[in-house]
Design a protein around this ligand. Sequence first.
Ligand SMILES: Nc1ncnc2c1ncn2[C@@H]1O[C@H](COP(=O)(O)OP(=O)(O)OP(=O)(O)O)[C@@H](O)[C@H]1O
Length: 294
Amino acid sequence: MNSVIELQNVTKDFKGKRAVDDISLTIHEGSVVALLGPNGAGKTTTVAMTLGLRKPTSGTIRLLGGDPQDRAVKDRIGAMLQDVHSIDGLKVGETIELFRHYYSKPLPLERLLKISGLMEEKGKLGTALSGGQKRRLGFALALVGDPSVLFLDEPTVGMDVSSRQLFWETVKAMAGHGRTIILTTHYLDEADAIADRVVVINKGKLVADGTPEEIKASTNSKILSFTAGHGLTDERLLSLPGVIDTEWKGRRVKLYSSDTDQLIAAIVRQELDATDIEIQSVGLEEAFQALVRE
Ligand SMILES: Nc1ncnc2c1ncn2[C@@H]1O[C@H](COP(=O)(O)OP(=O)(O)OP(=O)(O)O)[C@@H](O)[C@H]1O
């Protein structure tokens, strides 16, 4: 399988502060990769360097076998970044037309409007769009050059539920046609549903890399939840076997434990005031939280 992105020992410092710390990563053609990490982890900086918008302090980056700054490489890349600049005074259709001039083989305007769900907004001024519609315009602009590699930085922020659904269906279809997609999102259920590979970055470092299933399995902890009586304190619960964290919602408490068999035995033995006990596997959200916990 062809590798379309190769990062080798990439580091980026901003005025002495390390934003990206020795990341090496190879991404293959046709994959959908979710880059996850808490705020400030270094996701946007990594994407910006891969796009050639920022230079790494050290390390090397190859995009489609070439330098990210090469014209021929740029022509095959689409990016939807966090700030979508709608050009003041231009209508949606005009903004897309303007971008079409930058590419050697742009997609037709009508097709771009259709893919991004902006048919009815064609004549609207960019500045008059809602937040979700602006994101869709950003998507249309990212697709203008019919890119082989598409970067989506928190693409669904501000989109309503049906826009999101339509958006991810479109992205999935594009991946089905051999496009490589790299996305960042804070909505982990979306990453779980769409990505075939999840890369977790924390404090500039790569801390996990695998399929969503592998990432979920990597925590080797499960959740035991129950309704707790008033006498039960966090301190007491944290002293139970394998318990690494607790999470309360009213009187309902979730215990994250590496050994739920021992835990349930202890609850029974110690006659804790616990009712409606349930055990479940961790989701991507919980696995992610465990990976980035200090
Ligand atoms: N231009 C800059 N100058 C100085 N520091 C910067 C600059 N850009 C980013 N940083 C710092 O680098 C670190 C990584 O930032 P980055 O935007 O890559 O994180 P992120 O993972 O994309 O976060 P978020 O989820 O909040 O978008 C942060 O500590 C940030 O403050």
